[in-house]
Design a protein around this ligand. Structure first.
Ligand SMILES: C[C@H](N)C(=O)N[C@@H](CCC(=O)O)C(=O)O
Ligand SMILES: [Mg+2]
Length: 362
């Protein structure tokens, strides 16, 4: 099965509610989607969100990276030569991890389709369902309480609460949500780099002293501040999860060796796809560190690639795969079933997405 072409397009899906973090506010999923065609009837699909504030990529940069660098490197290669394909993918240019992720997942999609097997089984997995959290955007406290209660009413048992914009006031945010949802709901907190190290210790300690029972705090300090993250991890009891600080397998080794975080959030858009994400899984297994699988503002296509990875790896013990649930519509046919907090894997070959409606870019 020989790679013939990589077709590019864009999907535009409105979000059910504006998505607000310490880094940005977004109202649409407006992602690049690709179709890798071959000399057979099989095609593979991939998706890349332009998350400029995290990966540095824009819609334009993703399109250019794929069209001008990745496609010329991969056209003509045999899908069975996975190792060769991924070496070329990662050596044809540096960074541009979301562009690479879209192509990586389309290649895995094709490989699994060739062998008529669901991707998670090709990756060696046997989990048939995953439980995801739902993200609550950072807003005035009464709105966040209402959104949290709404999520719990829909069956979510894990909430990921966005904070990081108002310092110590975040303790009041979490206290109000904890009081409203009760003790049985799992609360994760994501500051998206919004605090400094000392502030983080003060805020997290205050949450601990008030008995708010937080499962973990995600990326409290700026991505580059490993020293600060290590300070926080060493001075609080709540587990610290590294997100924006870990893109590559090398980053994972540094964070773990430094003791800078307790947990790692793997996102295909940071690793450049499944190939490097598998390396992070192996590193985490060796060091006995658990991982979360996360997503950016992505639709069902790329989130499903991440779901396949999570279904394959026991070291991935937590899922933040709520992208499809945040979207107002699902334009795709096939793939895993997103039933609020539960993601159920299905037996279709590859990622499972049968068709991708997109606008073709010349
Ligand atoms: C969507 C997901 N739950 C999430 O919060 N992802 C990111 C932020 C993604 C973005 O800004 O697109 C995270 O920080 O974990
Ligand atoms: Mg995060």
């Amino acid at each position: 099965m020989i790679i013939k072409d990589i077709e590019l397009g864009v999907i535009n899906i409105p979000l059910a509610r504006p998505f607000k973090t310490a880094l940005r506010t977004v109202e649409y999923v407006e992602d690049v989607v690709i179709k890798v065609t071959t000399d057979t009837e099989f095609s593979g699909y991939g998706e890349a969100p332009p998350t400029a504030v995290i990966t540095g990529e824009t819609k334009g940069s993703i399109i250019t990276a794929i069209r001008d660098f990745i496609k010329p490197a991969l056209v003509g290669m045999d899908i069975d030569n996975l190792d060769g394909i991924f070496h070329k993918l990662h050596s044809c240019m540096v960074k541009n991890t979301s562009a690479k992720a879209a192509v990586d997942m389309a290649i895995y999609d094709l490989y699994a389709k060739k062998y008529q097997t669901p991707l998670y089984k090709v990756l060696g997995g046997n989990k048939t369902e995953l439980e995801t959290d739902l993200t609550i955007s950072v807003n005035p406290i009464p709105e966040m309480v209402a959104d949290s209660l709404d999520a719990v009413g829909k069956g979510y048992k894990i909430l990921k609460i966005k904070v990081g914009k108002e310092g110590l006031k975040d303790v009041e945010r979490i206290a109000a949500i904890r009081e409203a949802v009760g003790p049985d709901i799992n609360i994760r907190v994501d500051a998206n780099q919004g605090w400094n190290a000392k502030q983080s210790v003060q805020i997290i300690t205050a949450m601990e002293d008030r008995g708010l029972n937080i499962e973990l705090v995600e990326q409290p300090v700026p991505a580059h501040d490993l020293k600060g993250m290590k300070f926080v991890t060493g001075h609080v009891n709540t587990p610290i999860l590294a997100d924006e600080s870990v893109f590559s397998p090398e980053d994972a080794i540094s964070i773990i060796r430094e003791g800078a975080a307790d947990l790692i959030n793997i996102k295909l858009m940071k690793t450049g796809g499944i190939y490097n994400a598998l390396k992070i899984c192996s590193i985490a297994e060796i060091y006995g560190v658990e991982c979360m699988i996360g997503c950016m503002l992505e639709s069902k296509l790329s989130v499903s690639a991440a779901a396949h990875l999570a279904a394959a790896k026991s070291v991935i013990t937590r899922a933040d795969l709520d992208g499809p649930s945040l979207c107002k519509a699902d334009p795709f046919v096939g793939g895993p079933i997103y039933d609020e907090n539960m993601i159920r894997m299905v037996n279709e070959p590859g990622i499972g997405i049968e068709s991708v409606p997109f606008l073709v870019i010349d």
